[in-house]
Design a protein around this ligand. Structure first.
Ligand code: FE2
Ligand code: FE2
Length: 309
C-alpha cells in the first residue's frame, strides 16, 4: 500500500467509526499502531482481521510480497501495540503464533477471508499470524477508577504483577512440555510449539513497561515528591536502589530471551523467580510508603509536566 493510500484509509476509518468503503467495504478492518524498531516513532497501518474469541488475528501478508511487512518487524522488537477497532482504541500485546498452532489459526482465517490463501500461495515465506491480545489486568484486580497518582501507580503495578505471573505460568508450561517430550524418548523438537515466541513477547512487553515505569519514578515522581516530603528522603533512596537491583535482573532476563526459542533454560525460570520475589517486595514497600502521600495528587494531572509515573 502506498503511504498516501494508507493515510486516506486511516482518515476515513477514524472519521467513520471504523468503517471504510472502496476495496475494504464489508470487510473487518482495524488500525494497528506499532513503534518503529529503528526510529522509535509510531507507525499506523490498516489491516484486515479475523476475531478469535477476545483476540484479533492479523496476517503479515504484505500482499504476498517476499518480505515481512514493517509492522511485523516492529512488533517483534516492541510487542506493546495500539489497536483501533470501530470506535474503540486499546493497548494490546502482539503475540505471533508458531508451528502447528500458527497453521491451525491460518486455516481458520482462510475460511473467513480466502484471499489470504492466495497471498500465501504467492510467496515462499510462511505468512506470520499474529494474535492481538488486550493488555489489561483481570477485572477486579487493581483500582476500580483512576483519579489520583496513587491509583495510577497501583494500576501500573497491578498490570506488571499480572504480566509477570503470565510469563511465569507460560515458562512453567513450556518447561513441563519439553521435559515430558524428553522423557518420552521421541525424536525431534519438543511439542507445544509457539510457547517460545509467546514467552518472548510477553516477557519483552513486561520488561519494557517495567523500565518505563521505573524511569518515570526516578526521573519525575520521586524528585517532585521528595521536594514536598523531605522526611521521606530515606524511602526514596531505598526505592531507587531497589530499582537498580531489579534493573539488573531485567537485563539478565533480556539477555536470556533470545535463547527461549527451542527450550526454556532452567536459568530463565530462576531469573523469573528472582524478579518476582524482588519486584513484589519492592511494590509492597513502595505502596505502603507512598500511596498515602500520592492519594492527594489528582490524576491525570490538570497541567504539569512533572508527574508521569
Ligand atoms: Fe512503582
Ligand atoms: Fe518503583
Amino acid at each position: 500500500m502506498s503511504l498516501s493510500f494508507n493515510q486516506s484509509v486511516i482518515e476515513e476509518f477514524r472519521s467513520h467509526a471504523g468503517k471504510v468503503g472502496g476495496p475494504f467495504a464489508g470487510g473487518d478492518l482495524l488500525l494497528l499502531t506499532t513503534t518503529g524498531a529503528r526510529t522509535g516513532r509510531p507507525h499506523t497501518t490498516p489491516l484486515g482481521y479475523v476475531a478469535d474469541g477476545d483476540r484479533l488475528l492479523v496476517v503479515g501478508s504484505n500482499l504476498g510480497a517476499p518480505s515481512h511487512p514493517a509492522w511485523y518487524r516492529n512488533l517483534l522488537v516492541r510487542p506493546v501495540v495500539d489497536v483501533e477497532v470501530g470506535t474503540e482504541k486499546y493497548e494490546a500485546i502482539a503475540v505471533p503464533a508458531e508451528g502447528a498452532r500458527r497453521d491451525a489459526l491460518f486455516e481458520l482465517i482462510v475460511r473467513v477471508a480466502p484471499g489470504y490463501g492466495d497471498y500465501q500461495a504467492a510467496t515462499e515465506r510462511v505468512l506470520p499470524v499474529v494474535a492481538l491480545e488486550r493488555s489489561e489486568a483481570p477485572a477486579g484486580e487493581g483500582p476500580a477508577e483512576v483519579n489520583t497518582l496513587a491509583d495510577k501507580i497501583l494500576e501500573v503495578h497491578t498490570w506488571l504483577r499480572h504480566q509477570l505471573r503470565e510469563v511465569r505460568a507460560e515458562a512453567d508450561a513450556h518447561f513441563a512440555a519439553s521435559a515430558a517430550h524428553r522423557a518420552s524418548g521421541q525424536p525431534g523438537g519438543p511439542p507445544a510449539p509457539g510457547l517460545g515466541l509467546q514467552i518472548r513477547q510477553r516477557c519483552l512487553a513486561f520488561c519494557q513497561a517495567l523500565e518505563f515505569h521505573h524511569t518515570g519514578e526516578d526521573g519525575h515522581v520521586f524528585p517532585v515528591m521528595a521536594g514536598y516530603h523531605p522526611h521521606l528522603a530515606d524511602v526514596f533512596e531505598r526505592l531507587r536502589e531497589e530499582h537498580l537491583a531489579i534493573g539488573a535482573v531485567q537485563s539478565e532476563l533480556a539477555a536470556l530471551l533470545d535463547g527461549v526459542g527451542a527450550t526454556v533454560p532452567e536459568r530463565f525460570r530462576t531469573e523469573l523467580a528472582r524478579m518476582s520475589q524482588q519486584l513484589n517486595a519492592h511494590f509492597a514497600y513502595e505502596e505502603e510508603q507512598l500511596l498515602p502521600v500520592l492519594a492527594d495528587v489528582p490524576w491525570p494531572p490538570a497541567k504539569g509536566p512533572d508527574t508521569a509515573p
